[in-house]
Design a protein around this ligand. Sequence first.
Ligand code: ADP
Length: 480
Amino acid sequence: MKKTKVLFASSEVEPFAKTGGLADVAASLPKALCGLGHDVRVIMPKYKNIPMQYVEKMEKIGEIGIYVSWRQQYCGILKLEMDKVTYYFIDNEYYFGRDGYYGYFDEAERFAFFCKALLEILPVIDFKPDIIHCNDWQTGVVSLFLNAWYRNSDFYRDIKTVFTIHNLKYQGVFPKEVLGEVLGVSWEYFHADGIEFFDKVNYLKAGLVYSNIITTVSKTYAEEIKSDFFGENLNNVLNKRSNDLYGILNGIDMERNDPAVDDRIFANYSKDNLEGKLTNKQMLQKSLGLQERIDIPLIGLISRLVDQKGFDLIDCVMDEILKMDIQFVLLGAGEYRYEQMFKYYQEKYPGKISVNLKYDALLSQRIYAGADMFLMPSLFEPCGLSQMFSLRYGTIPIVRETGGLKDTIAPYNDITHEGNGFTFSRYNAHDMLYAIKEAVHFYYHRATWTHLMKKGMSIDFSWEKSAKEYLDVYKKLVAN
Ligand code: ADP
């Protein structure tokens, strides 16, 4: 078997930097591909917030100067080997020596720099990939740069590009002056079939237009984004490229997320011995100041607090939810209005709802393990990983049937016993409430609930199948 060589470029990779599912994927997909015998190396910015324990192990392997438009910038190259995967980090104090990862005034420049840097360092690190696999808008202009400047060189000529959409909503749209001032690319790329987007530049669109293949993270989302509703004004571009568009479901790292050995949770358990799950519930309640009652359902929700995740539905019926004999745990950070909303309910229903407005990896794991149900009423959901983590920990998802949620969660049918969760289809608060009530109803049928927990914990969400689908895509490209 010939090894496929891939440079996997991402703006976040767990455990170095994470805001959402992209970081999980950028950690676990390359690991799975390496496990299948391929040479997949990961590259990301060296942010200030990467935990010291990893920074200490990084080795500096070079430095170069690169141009971002007319400005020459320092680019340090650091390397770290971990779990049989090679990681490279692009170092520049000015761009990445800041708190957090995103949201700065010069995002266009920071990520243009990252894209340029990852191309420029390849000869320096002596790695000529068959494929550069880019992810989301932060790496969108890699394929544009490659086409604009590098194709005449022997080293770069045959490199193919794959672009994966993890979320079409975030596009990296900037004033058109960015084209010359930041990207340094000529105006010949500024047109409807290029990087132009309503008289602005759109980094994600560049990725869609100039990459050889586009993938997204579930089959349903791959179809949805071709429509007006989900297409975020890029559905025409996606329809034009539909022959090159693939939906490949994300997996999760089943070993790192295994309740039988996970040392982040309060007690270990497995589908054959579920006792420890109750301990997790009790300890979670205790640590969060909830009433210690193991007899009632505990609903968990871990999410970025943004429109997409369905918080409007929750707001509509939260009183009705919290008037039931249940408890609710929220972990999330994001938009102010949603933080305020949850604070309001926290004050109104003390001891019943625990609101944790922060990013906290340890607590998230404890919620997956300690909750009975997990709520995900998303307006849209490209793939969604939380529902898979939940099932892995025996926590039953209540989800809206969209995108990857639809591809992973089937409604429980009490007659055939098929299904692994509770679902609703319309984006409607009372439909969601009905699904929650249904879940609560079955929670008290202990035999049914235990059946659902065991079944969820047995589902194989590993990367094995999906990694092979990515390999098929890579191979198709390399063969061409
Ligand atoms: P998205 O990528 O849209 O954020 P996903 O469901 O694909 O949604 O992935 C979300 C990931 O981020 C999950 O691993 C989830 O546990 C994690 N996560 C989200 N918010 C938080 C938080 N506040 N604290 C810890 N982990 C979080």
